[in-house]
Design a protein around this ligand. Sequence first.
Ligand SMILES: NC(=O)c1ccc[n+]([C@@H]2O[C@H](COP(=O)([O-])OP(=O)(O)OC[C@H]3O[C@@H](n4cnc5c(N)ncnc54)[C@H](OP(=O)(O)O)[C@@H]3O)[C@@H](O)[C@H]2O)c1
Length: 280
Amino acid sequence: MNLHLKETVALHNNVRMPQFGLGVFQVEDGAKLIQAVKTAIAHGYRSIDTAAIYGNERGVGQALREALTEYQLAREDLFVTSKVWNADLGYEATLAAYGASLEKLGLDYLDLYLIHWPVEGKYKEAWRALETLYKAGRVKAIGVSNFQIHHLEDLLQDAEIKPMVNQVELHPYLAQQELREYCQSQGIQIEAWSPLMQGRLLDHPVLLDIAATHGKSVAQVILRWDLQHGIVTIPKSVKMQRITENADVFDFHLSAEEMARIDALNRDERVGPDPDNFDF
Ligand SMILES: NC(=O)c1ccc[n+]([C@@H]2O[C@H](COP(=O)([O-])OP(=O)(O)OC[C@H]3O[C@@H](n4cnc5c(N)ncnc54)[C@H](OP(=O)(O)O)[C@@H]3O)[C@@H](O)[C@H]2O)c1
């Protein structure tokens, strides 16, 4: 059991969010998913990131229920995130989508609910719905995903409540320096999706070199880089050994020089869609 996985950052509304969690994108609903989520929780993970579009909220919910009983946890010990999909962006549609996610997960609240993508002309109405849910105490924190600075500036013109989190693609090839600085100045917590660039950075020579210095894996070095930058990170794995390995990042420290070497790898290169040019 890795107790460091309970370490949290404070969101601007003082809700505490674990800095390290498990992502479950591209994990089909079913036994493998349930096993991965339970393995993670047994190991000390407290934060699980899903989304309506992943189609696995029912399985995540079942895993959470089983874990609560088997590992004697309380609901408040866990931090559960889901996201409203693009087709449901609208005031009433988003309220309904939140209800549907809760029903599938078998929960009566989420810790964090995000607008999945900044669909032009739609995200403001969806944000009004998230504000309604938040003000009614139905969700602990609300945020956005894949928002660039200009999306946030636009949203903030009308928002009553500032997003607490912006979850974006972020890894050494897409360091998001400018967006990170903007979010920090606004009190918006940055969260990294595809922190491992879906496995594409694992043989990078600079990362291999730093990893060898510390007797760690490249995945661990990247995830440590996230932590030292104050970024919330949610690597995905369905393999027990990797779920454990990924979280074993609290017993070493990257020097300022090593951090700078990793920062210098940035190429503004994405593995996922560009938020300014997506069509779904
Ligand atoms: N908001 C959004 O638009 C958005 C978009 C994408 C993702 N996300 C969230 O972010 C989470 C993470 O992103 P991601 O799933 O795209 O990618 P990721 O976490 O960067 O990488 C996951 C991939 O790396 C492999 N892997 C994990 N740990 C490893 C290790 N220690 N050594 C070697 N390979 C390893 C996994 O395979 P195995 O499972 O086989 O181990 C999987 O193929 C998602 O699950 C999802 O929750 C959000």
